[in-house]
Design a protein around this ligand. Structure first.
Ligand SMILES: [Zn+2]
Ligand SMILES: [Zn+2]
Length: 397
């Protein structure tokens, strides 16, 4: 009898090998990542994809079993993050709470955010409210993860508890810490979006595509996160596979940009494309106008690009929104010595303001005026940019 108990504790009922255990961990954690990215994020929060009842019910069950997170709460916290990004009200902005706090303790920030019933109501609209949600998933979130612990121990013995601990840490680490923290802190940016969101790596297959966080903030309702040729979004692969067997329907993907040659006067099509792709336009402006101007002025001054600190170059890319007063003063001092750079930065500020403006007619006039002045500026890179911007058009799907 004693031997049987010892044997059970050591091996569980399946007597899995180390390889078997490893495969199990990889499969269950990956399923949890898919639950978050496909179901909670792309389907429930942003409605970029519609999932059939079979995967929906599976993901709801799996989320309950392996994370204890409640759909309505997750959706509400995340929608609020998009709505209030990088402000005092953003539930987990590293700009506000500090990177250490978000990276290591994102879970507390998440829990705290779920305690506001008004927010849960306002931002959590449209999430499941059926019998099983009201009585089981929403009401007994801890039952699922407790059941998971029992299943793991039964299958594998005491090592099952360690596996369970890994499962419990997976989302807090990779989603709350890694994506929410580093995804607003470190990495590359395809789009000068009005937040600090970054793409962490072009292919982080174990985080479901969520690593492409800058792309996501630029086009939040797009079901597809990879937007450059070299980027890979495993969540999108899963969506396409589900779609091919009728279990998913893609509702929205990010529009693509066309640049027409020889456009004389910017028209309504141009305006629409410029507004849709405003973050792309700002990236084009930085790479095509500001960087070459910086380089040229550095050559004149006999130094190199690095003479202007990275932080200030970043500020020229994003409009200096994240600089403190000391940083702003330093930026002004740099610009005072470089008149052409100062002029192009002023053009950037005006273009950014145009994109925030309401009213199509007003905006079109403003855009035409901006382009005319850019073309008359005598600054070649700015003129080239104006020509390119005039050609912006939404590519037909
Ligand atoms: Zn974000
Ligand atoms: Zn989102």
């Amino acid at each position: 009898m004693f031997d049987a108990v010892l044997n059970f504790l050591a091996h569980g009922v399946v007597h899995a090998s180390w390889v078997g255990l490893l495969v199990y961990v990889l499969v269950v954690t990956q399923l949890t990542i898919f639950t978050v990215t496909l179901y909670l994020h792309r389907c429930q929060t942003h409605r970029g994809v519609d999932l059939h009842a079979i995967p929906s019910h599976f993901f709801r069950f799996w989320g309950w079993l392996t994370t204890g997170m409640v759909t309505k709460e997750w959706v509400a916290v995340h929608r609020k993050h998009h709505a209030k990004v990088e402000t005092e009200e953003d539930p987990h902005s590293p700009q506000i709470h500090g990177i250490k706090k978000v990276f290591w303790d994102g879970v507390s920030l998440y829990r705290e955010a779920t305690l506001n019933p008004d927010d849960m109501e306002k931002y959590g609209r449209g999430t499941p409210d059926d019998w099983i949600e009201r009585h089981v998933y929403g009401r007994r979130p801890y039952w699922g993860i407790s059941l998971m612990l029992i299943v793991n121990v039964a299958l594998f013995g005491v090592i099952g508890a360690a596996i369970w601990a890994v499962q419990m840490a997976w989302i807090p680490f990779w989603a709350a810490g890694f994506v929410n923290g580093l995804g607003h802190w470190w990495g590359y940016r395809n789009f000068e979006s009005s937040d600090t969101a970054t793409n962490l790596v072009p292919w982080g297959f174990w985080i479901g595509g969520e690593e492409l966080h800058n792309n996501h903030h630029a086009f939040p309702s797009s079901a597809k996160f990879a937007l450059r040729k070299w980027e890979f979004d495993i969540g999108w692969v899963a969506i396409r596979m589900l779609q091919s067997v009728g279990l998913a329907k893609v509702l929205r993907v990010a529009p693509t940009l066309d640049v027409r040659p020889n456009v004389h006067l910017p028209d309504a099509d141009t305006l629409k494309a410029v507004l849709t792709h405003r973050f792309q336009a700002m990236t084009d402006f930085y790479r095509g106008v500001i960087v070459p101007t910086l380089r040229e002025e550095a050559t004149h001054a006999g130094d190199n690009l690095k003479a202007v600190p990275r932080r200030l170059r970043r500020a020229m890319a994003d409009g200096g929104r994240w600089l403190d007063s000391e940083g702003s003063a330093r930026l002004q001092a740099v610009l005072a010595k470089r008149p052409t750079l100062k002029t192009v930065c002023e053009f950037r500020t005006r273009l950014a303001a145009l994109m925030e403006q309401r009213g199509a007619e007003q905006s079109l006039k403003g855009l035409q005026q901006w382009i005319r002045e850019a073309e008359e500026s005598g600054i070649r890179v700015l003129q080239d940019f104006a020509v390119r911007l005039k050609g912006y058009k939404l590519a037909s799907a």
